[in-house]
Design a binder for this molecule. Structure first.
Ligand code: HSE
Length: 341
């Protein structure tokens, strides 16, 4: 049966997902027997549309790219009613991240799960602030709450720890968790100005809607909380994680690092202490050029998992971007589909 999808938030990631679904339609059917229809889209800029048999996705992308409003299949339902009443099997929650309150995304996820729809999200708000509550609602309603896209875009992190690394105990996770700041630090090393490079990171779709979250380290801190709670079973809150961003790094600091054969990286870390507590932190560190993390440049992220059975396992991959995060959503859609077959 066709997987019916609702997309809530049709910005960078929503459109990225839609483009992948269209371009890979035949491949997904042939290789994974995955067929789909996008039945609902909600976006505060383009409007709310619904067709229980499937929307014209190509047209929706065209409209969004030309910054117009949707004109076909318009529904009067507001976003919450649309989520509640539509016939989707899975809701992709792709609205902007709000790491203070969780924003409307919390309610979107809750309503979807309560009405028996799985949720796939790249939104760090629900995952960092309410993961265990939402997972409980999902379990109660026998549906999935999948969050691969919240940490390091489509590079497998959550799914890696739940799948291939299952059976290992993970005592430490450490690395580069924010694409925007890694990109900025890389370009600043080449002499580019802070504000100019931040603008490029926004244009490339790396930065959050409000880039303060990236440069102050709040985005990385949200991911540290997700890793601590979801991977290590901790109960950390945002306020428990010490956090410093890259805003205080000057061109002098960058020169100093160069002279010392080092470079600056914004490092997120989660660690189990001897007494079984889990602590997290985010801070810029001067890393020696011989260290493996020093070679990770641009919007690429890298995480090292310290495990009991394998020792250190490092994964390096894209940490942000339209297609890279769209792929994270696809991978969760495919895994739900496989499980339900
Ligand atoms: N703004 C984030 C980053 C996007 O730059 O890493 C992915 O969470």
């Amino acid at each position: 049966m066709k997987n019916r999808i609702a997309i809530i938030g049709f910005g960078t990631v929503g459109q990225g997902l839609a483009e992948i679904l269209l371009s890979k339609k035949e491949f997904l059917q042939k290789k994974y027997n995955y067929t789909f229809e996008v039945v609902a889209i909600s976006d505060f800029a383009y409007g709310n549309v619904y067709n229980s048999k499937g929307l014209d996705l190509e047209d929706c992308i065209k409209v969004a790219k030309s910054k117009k409003k949707f004109s076909k299949d318009i529904t009067k339902w507001d976003t919450t009613s649309l989520i509640r009443k539509c016939n989707a099997d899975v809701v992709c929650e792709l609205t902007y991240t709000d790491l203070t309150t969780g924003g409307p995304a919390i309610n979107h996820c809750k309503v979807a799960l309560e009405t028996g729809k799985s949720v796939v999200t790249s939104n760090k708000g629900p995952a960092a602030l309410y993961y265990s509550k939402l997972k409980k609602i999902a379990d109660k309603n026998d549906v999935d709450f999948k969050i691969e896209g919240t940490v390091v875009a489509g590079t497998p992190i959550i799914n890696l720890t739940e799948g291939p690394l299952a059976g290992c105990e993970i005592s430490k996770i450490r690395g580069i968790l924010n694409g925007t700041t890694n990109y900025m630090l890389s370009e600043m090393e080449k002499g580019m100005d802070y504000n100019a490079v931040l603008k490029v990171a926004q244009d490339l779709g790396y930065a959050e809607a409000d880039p303060t979250g990236d440069v102050e380290g709040y985005d990385a801190r949200g991911k540290v909380v997700i890793l601590a709670n979801v991977v290590m079973g901790a109960k950390l809150e945002i306020k428990d994680v010490e956090c410093q961003g890259i805003t205080k790094i000057t061109s002098k600091d960058i020169e100093k690092a160069k002279k010392e054969n080092s470079r600056w990286k914004l490092i997120g870390s989660v660690e189990k202490t001897k007494d079984g507590n889990v602590i997290g932190s985010v801070a810029p560190e001067m890393i020696s050029l011989s260290h493996p993390l020093a070679g990770v440049m641009g919007a690429t992220n890298a995480l090292t998992f310290t495990t009991d059975l394998l020792g250190d396992v490092t994964i390096v991959g894209p940490g942000a971007g339209r297609q890279q995060t769209g792929f994270a959503i696809l991978t969760d859609l495919l895994s739900i589909n496989k499980k339900n077959k």
